[in-house]
Design a protein around this ligand. Structure first.
Ligand SMILES: C[S@@+](CC[C@H](N)C(=O)[O-])C[C@H]1O[C@@H](n2cnc3c(N)ncnc32)[C@H](O)[C@@H]1O
Length: 198
């Protein structure tokens, strides 16, 4: 059975994190990165990212765990269990934030190139520390200017600037890791912690 979500269900479906990426963010990505041709948007929502990529000439397979009014995904699937379609060169999305680490962990196996729009505070958290140490991103593009607010499903009000700082996090197989380091001041065994010089 397919979950169909429209504005009247918006409140009940908050758990899916139905917020739409402003087109400015995807247009910027196209300028700062050389995106592969065959992309998968596996949490496509109302197609906010997929539409911009397609209009720039990229092929985009779109899927989501739910269907939203106004956009028909190529297929409906839970990304975390979905097999990667043949020929996918890149995964590009703005995932549900609470599943972001699970999305990245799968995406870097699914494709050699991954670009995820995430809040900058994704860099934080002791839970994510082991993942970052093992698989740091190749590049992090911080949006110095606040993006317009992500539009919530059903929202037709004013477009205010976002309360959060967002960045494009890019993992690229074979690329050197970005020069970012993490320390955990609460863990005295942490080899990169206070007292160590690198
Ligand atoms: C923050 S919205 C972003 C939508 C779209 N990527 C964009 O940038 O506008 C997160 C999307 O993830 C979808 N989603 C949530 N859990 C998912 C899952 N396990 N697999 C696939 N999509 C999921 C939601 O339905 C929602 O459309």
């Amino acid at each position: 059975m397919t979950l169909r979500v429209n504005a009247t269900h918006a409140r009940a479906e908050r758990g899916l994190d139905p917020y739409w990426t402003p087109p400015e963010a995807t247009r910027a990505l196209l300028q700062i990165e050389r995106l592969p041709q065959n992309n998968w948007e596996p949490a496509c929502g109302n197609g906010a990212i997929a539409k911009v990529l397609r209009s720039a000439g990229r092929a985009v397979l779109s899927s989501d765990i739910a269907r939203y009014d106004g956009f028909e995904p190529d297929f409906v699937a839970d990304y975390l269990t979905a097999p990667v379609p043949h020929g996918v060169q890149a995964v590009v999305t703005n995932p549900p934030f609470k599943l972001a680490i699970e999305f990245v962990a799968k995406a870097i196996i699914d494709a050699p190139y991954v670009a995820l729009l995430l809040r900058l505070n994704f860099l934080e958290s002791v839970r994510r520390l082991p993942f970052f140490r093992k698989t740091p991103p190749a590049r992090i593009w911080v949006s110095s200017r606040r993006l317009p607010m992500m539009q919530r499903l059903g929202w037709d009000g004013r477009q205010a600037p976002s309360n959060h700082c967002f960045a494009w996090f890019v993992w690229e197989r074979g690329a050197a890791a970005a020069e970012i380091k993490w320390f955990d001041w609460g863990n005295s065994d942490d080899s990169n912690g206070p007292g160590d010089f690198e």
